[in-house]
Write a protein that binds this ligand. Structure first.
Ligand SMILES: [Zn+2]
Length: 265
């Protein structure tokens, strides 16, 4: 059962992480929040025109649903880069966001939060060292290999070994719906050395497989293919559950991917 419902909210959990008592995680659908159209309803972003108060209430609902109501989120200003931050405490109300597209933590019950609407959420868990990481990979983060930067931070800061890591590649735009132009195609060819990630090539355009690209990056890092799960859920095809930047013409909200470590088991 990949979907879980609680208190009117509905979220996706990776089968790969079931039974991992040290990890709390979920990729939240848009159901159960209070935001009106075009952000209806569980919008996580204040940068898209929705009111701050509504986003705060939506965020509170996620913490409640996950049993993290006494804790806060660590979130960042996502800029399609490769920087990965160490999260040590929740971001306080009114405190500015640092720019980054990845984060890692070993802090007990500190909820990492990243925002998505077609870009790829990658959740990384080390059950040996009890470390969690997350990355945000649109096409830019994908060609910059931001998931690899998150793996590197887990290795350097916590002694994680790639072969122990589990990775979930979450709901995001599928290859069939993700047509890109020549500039993107060039970057993909440079980053991955061939163009097998691109299909339906014509007139300088092609369809990019973000899921396989990020899976390949994780394999290059040394993760086992048996330790990587691709959800295979397309955000553009499921507007009841997900926000889609492309599907909704840029006028939409952002859903939240959340992950926290449960220490001391
Ligand atoms: Zn699709």
């Amino acid at each position: 059962m990949p979907f879980v419902s609680n208190q009117g909210l509905r979220w996706y959990e990776f089968d790969l992480f079931q039974g991992e008592k040290g990890l709390i995680h979920g990729v939240f659908t848009r159901q159960g929040g209070i935001s009106p159209e075009p952000w209806d309803g569980l919008n996580m972003a204040t940068s898209v025109g929705d009111s701050r108060d509504r986003v705060i209430e939506n965020r509170r609902r996620i913490l409640n649903a996950m049993g993290l109501q006494d804790r806060g989120f660590f979130d960042v200003w996502q800029v399609h880069g490769r920087d990965v931050l160490l999260a040590e405490r929740p971001r306080m109300d009114g405190e500015g966001h640092q720019k980054a597209d990845g984060m890692v933590t070993q802090q007990d019950h500190l909820a990492l939060l990243m925002l998505f609407a077609d870009c790829v959420p990658v959740i990384l868990f080390d059950p040996v060292r009890n470390v969690v990481g997350m990355a945000h990979a649109g096409w830019q983060g994908t060609v910059k290999k931001v998931p690899a930067a998150a793996v590197e931070q887990m290795e350097h800061r916590f002694g994680s070994r790639p072969e122990n890591l589990l990775a979930g590649i979450g709901p995001s735009i599928c290859p069939g719906h993700y047509q890109v132009g020549s500039e993107v195609i060039e970057h993909v060819a440079q980053a991955f050395g061939d163009d097998s990630l691109l299909t339906n090539r014509q007139d300088g355009k092609g369809h990019l497989d973000l899921w396989e690209a990020n899976r390949r990056t994780l394999l290059e890092c040394g993760l086992s293919e048996y330790h990587i799960q691709v959800s295979g859920i397309c955000t553009l095809e499921n507007p009841v559950d997900w926000y889609s930047h492309r599907g909704e013409g840029g006028n939409t909200g952002r859903f939240g991917a959340v992950a926290a470590i449960r220490q001391g088991l």
